[in-house]
Write a protein that binds this ligand. Sequence first.
Ligand SMILES: Cc1ncc(COP(=O)(O)O)c(C=O)c1O
Ligand SMILES: N[C@@H](CCOP(=O)(O)O)C(=O)O
Length: 462
Amino acid sequence: MRYISTRGAAPDLGFAEAMLTGLARDGGLYVPAEIPQMSTGDIRALHGLSYEETAFRVMRPFVNDAFADDVFADLIAKAYAGFGHDARAPLVQLAPGHFLLELFHGPTLAFKDFAMQLIGQLFEHELSRRGEQVTIVGATSGDTGSAAIEAFAGLDSVDVFILYPHGRVSEVQRRQMTTPQAANIHALAIDGHFDDAQARLKDMFNHFEFRDRVRLAGVNSINWARVLAQVVYYFTSAVSLGAPDRAVSFTVPTGNFGDIFAGYIAKRMGLPIDRLIVATNQNDILHRCLTSGAYEKGEVVPSISPSMDIQVSSNFERALFDAYGRDGKAVAQLMDELKAGGFAVSQGALQALREDFGSGRVSEDETLATIRQANETMGELLCPHSAVGVKVAEDQRDPTTPMITLATAHPAKFPDAVERATGIRPPLPNRMADLYDRPERLTRVPNDLAALETLIEERRRT
Ligand SMILES: Cc1ncc(COP(=O)(O)O)c(C=O)c1O
Ligand SMILES: N[C@@H](CCOP(=O)(O)O)C(=O)O
């Protein structure tokens, strides 16, 4: 399997190289040159398998010979061993025909653990095999950063710098990033919002002298391996509801478009998915684009679902690449226009996008009302991101097809919003009950590329 850039002007790479490279050198994102297919027989054969066995079968064709079968199976087993639920991603029924896929049983209580725990294993194995070291820089609105820190803390082969928007993440998220004491971990609070952090990260990748000198690597969903690991739970959940003999739909709380893009890949592989619905908060660039065709940057507005306070949605570029018939030049042109504020999606591409994706937007009041109602009627405490998904799913679902809404974080990560809606302050799991007592370690940084690069060069050990 080879990986090609969405902008068509970077060398194609194998799986391991694409994973360690992060952003393509033409500024694009790596995608598989072709999508492996799973037949109905292959999908039916997933019935009764463990999460890990399904993960192996779904991901194997994308990984090819980068890892031997026994090694890959072993790394998958290690990745999910620390999850707090035997099913890893359990499905609970919310209402007749509406199910919640709980993706928050990993070590940092958000869906990011599914990919990050695995790529932590893959990076460590591959880097020690090569005798190489890398500098990981990540941009986070809260969950990617804590998951990356958990997955990479203490590893000799990596230094990790996480940029998070100062004052715009929940206290639990911040403490998950600032309390680990490992010498290879650096939490950097940037003056700005998530889009600033993500833009500076991409600037670093596009500054080749710096990138090559520090051997820059990325663990945001820029990294194809992140998206791939997230494809798996679309299969496990759909199969448990009767796929391939019954189609299902998904509603996905969306910010950077990585999670829902994983669902799109599952569909392209042959999983019978009827609708993939993007659910956004008031930072609704994706909903506006799918509705009107105009992809136009707005101001990032802080919300009670802060992990989705994103206006420039990185992985949308991967969807555009397919919608434009895999024309890298056309995508590069759109991304140039985005620098100036936005672009209009062509009619043909918009139609292609709408064939796969629906969308909805949820206000702050609706989010709070959904958390309240889910607690009162179903006894389910939702985090605000999951509530955005549940609201859109309830508004748009077709009663003849089961709907699965992705519950992307544990309610205890966002206790203020949950308490405001329900009067209940969800407790942290026992293993992190002392999170509020642990000492914090962070550095305030300006939204300035040169200053960030200098700090990273000074602090890295690798
Ligand atoms: C809790 C939570 N829900 C939803 C999202 C949206 O996921 P994605 O960026 O993959 O669209 C994120 C992060 O982006 C998140 O942290
Ligand atoms: N919500 C994310 C934003 C970064 O998304 P990623 O999937 O590209 O890593 C976060 O929690 O940081």
